[in-house]
Design a protein around this ligand. Structure first.
Ligand SMILES: Cc1cc2nc3c(=O)[nH]c(=O)nc-3n(C[C@H](O)[C@H](O)[C@H](O)COP(=O)(O)OP(=O)(O)OC[C@H]3O[C@@H](n4cnc5c(N)ncnc54)[C@H](O)[C@@H]3O)c2cc1C
Length: 462
């Protein structure tokens, strides 16, 4: 990057509407920070794009000057590929517009929008689409990997609700991709991560949800963990697809509905959302309430937008994180035993093991329909190691890796690409399974020089 001449930078600055930041500039350090504090990279140049023209210009600069390029949405990805050392960081986080058409039930979303931005606009019309469970996550990165959350059992993955995208290709050209136009690119985008270009606009199909939903969290003692998880797996097998229930095992946060003596103790949390009528929701969760003697619960009607922020305080930015993830087609007893064993050994107050329930509509779509291939994933089993101090890195990473290895025999072998860390390039093929070869062909067509390689990279055929 050092070799990029001043005239080139000056010329580039004059041609873009957004901010261009160099090391030492005010705002540079803030712009290079992302959610995971383990990532500390220093791009040679950051362009905070104001619109599509800036993105096109940035891609062309990277291509013409042979720069390493990274693309940042909301900067939530655990692997930290949104930031590069030395190269050009294309920062889309200022492009946050979300336009909703309530008549056609469509949302047009720019690539820097967070889930909170999306829900804010869509919920003004009582509409939503399946996205994640933490409102500060980016719509872009989440969707490009597949995307799942509370509404997935009922309405599928985020990519199953994607109607079209605008993409800036490696040539710096804008193309539209949907079922009619560039359908091969549209297929690849729906799960292929950032491999195929920079998406500047996402068009989603929306569904009536809320604006209030029946939801909440029921908290049980950790001492009952094994029995609870055995009941959980039976319960979710039978439960209506309007209902989604996840399991989280961790130290209890200081939730006001829990007795103070429980705060900081190990607990099992069952957060849930019922995407339907409240009375039906009450009936649906009755068995869950009867799993055992809970420490407490917070259950009722709540604005969907506020529910979507429930986990934000537990998943704040600026903390050190190391995550590992398995897909499971069933929750076997051996996995449950390891979950209980490793929860008892959580090395930090913020660490957790969670089981996300995917299933339902997400499992009914064929594996060939989209690049996202993990249609047999009923559960996503994640270990989230989170801690504050660098001196704890070794201990906290070791805990996550050990748990991951111990539970591998109970997993499908597949993995959700958005949960891969930066040291898991050897799992990319497994993340794409039978779709991998087709993705390589399409990468060779759309990005033969592998300009977009700072991602879970699908390499073009040489
Ligand atoms: C706390 C937390 C909670 C999460 N919860 C969920 C969840 O409930 N469901 C779920 O499905 N996932 C979840 N995830 C994973 C999440 O989907 C990924 O981290 C995702 O990559 C975040 O997107 P982003 O835009 O914020 O990330 P960024 O870090 O900005 O981007 C990640 C990568 O995506 C690519 N990219 C981003 N924007 C574009 C674009 N416009 N065009 C081309 N490529 C682009 C780039 O390769 C980039 O490196 C969670 C992650 C965290 C940290």
């Amino acid at each position: 990057m050092g070799r990029l001449q001043n005239e080139v930078i000056t010329e580039f600055r004059s041609k873009v509407r957004g901010e261009v930041l160099l090391p030492g500039d005010e705002g540079y350090d803030a712009a290079r920070k992302i959610w995971n504090a383990m990532i500390d990279r220093k791009p040679g140049l950051i362009v905070r794009c104001a619109g599509v023209a800036d993105v096109m210009r940035s891609v062309r600069l990277a291509r013409d000057q042979g720069l390493l390029v990274s693309v940042r949405g909301a900067g939530h990805n655990i692997a930290g590929n949104a930031v590069c050392d030395d190269g050009l960081m294309i920062d889309l986080s200022a492009m946050k517009s979300v336009h909703v058409n309530p008549e056609t039930r469509r949302a047009y979303v720019e690539s820097g929008a967070t889930l909170a931005d999306f829900d804010h606009e869509a919920q003004a019309f009582g509409l939503a689409t399946p996205l994640g469970i933490n409102s500060t996550t980016g719509v872009a990165g989440l969707t490009l990997g597949g995307g799942f959350g509370w509404l997935t059992r009922k309405y599928g993955m985020s990519v199953d609700n994607l109607v079209s995208v605008d993409v800036i290709t490696a040539e710096g050209k804008r193309v539209r991709a949907n079922a009619q136009e560039n359908p091969d690119l549209f297929w690849a985008i729906r799960g292929g991560g950032g491999n195929f270009g920079v998406v500047t606009l996402f068009e989603f199909q929306l569904h009536p949800v809320g604006p209030e939903v029946f939801c909440g969290v029921i908290v049980f003692p950790f001492t009952q963990a094994k029995a609870l998880l055995l009941k959980y797996r039976e319960f979710v097998d039978q439960a209506s697809e309007d209902l989604n229930v996840w399991s989280v095992l961790r130290q209890a946060p200081p939730l006001p509905f829990l007795p103070s003596e429980v705060h900081g103790k190990l607990v099992v949390l069952f957060p849930f959302v019922y995407a339907g009528d409240m009375e039906a929701g009450k009936r649906a969760i009755a068995p869950l309430r009867g799993f055992g003697q809970p420490h407490g619960e917070h259950v009722g009607l709540q604005p969907y937008t506020s529910w979507q922020k429930t986990f934000d305080p537990l998943l704040t930015a600026g903390v050190r994180n190391y995550w590992k993830s398995h897909n499971l087609s069933e929750l076997r007893e051996g996995a449950i035993d390891s979950i209980v064993e490793y929860t008892a050994k959580i090395p930090s107050p913020q660490g957790e093991i969670f089981i996300g329930l995917v299933s339902g509509q997400a499992n009914r779509v064929s594996k060939e329909a989209t690049a996202y291939v993990q249609r047999d994933a009923k559960f996503v089993l994640n270990v989230h190691s989170r801690w504050e101090k660098p001196e704890d890195d070794k201990r906290c990473i070791a805990w996550a890796r050990e748990f991951f290895n111990k539970t591998a025999p109970y997993a499908t072998g597949g993995v959700y690409v958005n949960f891969l860390t930066q040291d898991e390039a050897d799992r990319i093929k497994a993340a794409y399974g039978a779709n991998y070869d087709r993705l390589v062909q399409l990468k060779s067509k759309y990005d033969p020089e592998n300009l977009f390689r700072l991602n879970q990279n699908i390499k073009p055929a040489s």
